[in-house]
Design a protein around this ligand. Sequence first.
Ligand code: HEM
Length: 429
Amino acid sequence: MSHSPAAAASGRPEIDGAVFNPYAKDFIRDPHPAWQRLIRDFPLVWHKDLQMWLVNSHALCDEVLKDSRFTPNFRVWELAPPPKAEADKTDFDLAYEKGFFAVSTKDHLRLRRLTLPAFSRPVMAKIEAKIRDLVAECFDALGDAGRFDVYEAIASKLPVRAISRMVGVPTDREEFFHEFAVNIIKATRINISAREREAAVELTKPGFAYFKEQIAQRRTLPHPGEDFLGSLVGASDNGERLDDYEILSVVFALITAGSDTATDLHTFAIHGLLSNLKQYELLKRQPQLMENAIIELLRYGSFGKIPFFRFASEDIDFHGQTIRRGQAVGVNISCAWNDPAKYPDWNQLDLQRRLDGNLVFGAGAHFCIGTYLVRVQGGLMLSEFIRRYPEAELLDGTGELDYDYRHHNARRINRLVVRTNRVSLQQAA
Ligand code: HEM
């Protein structure tokens, strides 16, 4: 790998893993030197090792996300494996194919329209109460611990269970749902062998069977119910309805888009606040900042390491380069969240920051559908943390903070020990 930012014979600027390697340990611990270099020197560049274009500045990421000629449908990719024969497709394949990231622009619009009622305020309000209980359960289990690992106690537990409650799985089947979710996520990873993927897909079968049965039962009722699944079964637009695999694709999307991201939300939010105690104080004094705080903590933590994928559906002239039909484009949004042109003080945590036009939840047609759940889950967790541990501190000795360097798409913190200072508070009382 060379270090020089070569311009290839085609005239396009090119880099390789020496400039940007999302799996390098140094990068995972501190991505900012690489990201700042990408923004400054390579806002649009071909990555020779990743075999894709990268867009790195805030303005260019915004533009690509809002341009429907760049599709997330990976069947458009020039290097996509050949499609499976219809008879070989599993429930996993069929649910993926009907999902938010795989269908055409027209079908995607239809899917968004029909799923909207399931994410409406009344449905979500009912879910909020269930998540409130869940958050309390996670903290209660800690008792009077003087220190605890946020990853172990909160981040690895809350997100999948929150989705489980969202889709209406009874509490005694939460373990079963967890197993389903873990295997769905595993099967969508890019860095596992074909054999491991097959094994994971096999293990998703009982979960798909369970949801198919739930959907079939709802379809026999005169009113399918006002909870999340009921809203999907009952959704209708000019007589059009969601079929079984479309409904399964929504559950699939919640698991893949909403559990890893929310896991990192919890660790990075607490890490961000306890590394900036003045901001922690501010949030304690002004809880009304919570909604803005969550978005800013996500921006500041920037835990995504792999860019979001798009594929050019036609030849596209883009800022002096031709992106050929079928080429992959990595939209490096975590990098873009730290663009000095958008945020001159990008490396400061500022819970009062004006965040209009931010890309934290994407932009355009695929804008995150789970923002309500993020606000509820993140807000309830942080409020409870602040209430129970107002004097909490980070423990930054060796081994108190660690990363899962092999994680497929995030700079995953898998150990974050905090001192609660609860004992001393109780003694003081
Ligand atoms: C901290 C948490 C989260 C962050 C930072 C986040 C961020 C994003 C971003 C950037 C996108 C756009 C992806 C793209 O354009 O390729 C997206 C899409 C999506 N998100 Fe989230 N998300 C979070 C949590 C969730 C949760 C909890 C759920 C579900 C319960 C969820 C469901 C989705 C879905 C279904 C999409 C695809 C929408 C579509 O293609 O139309 N997300 N999210």
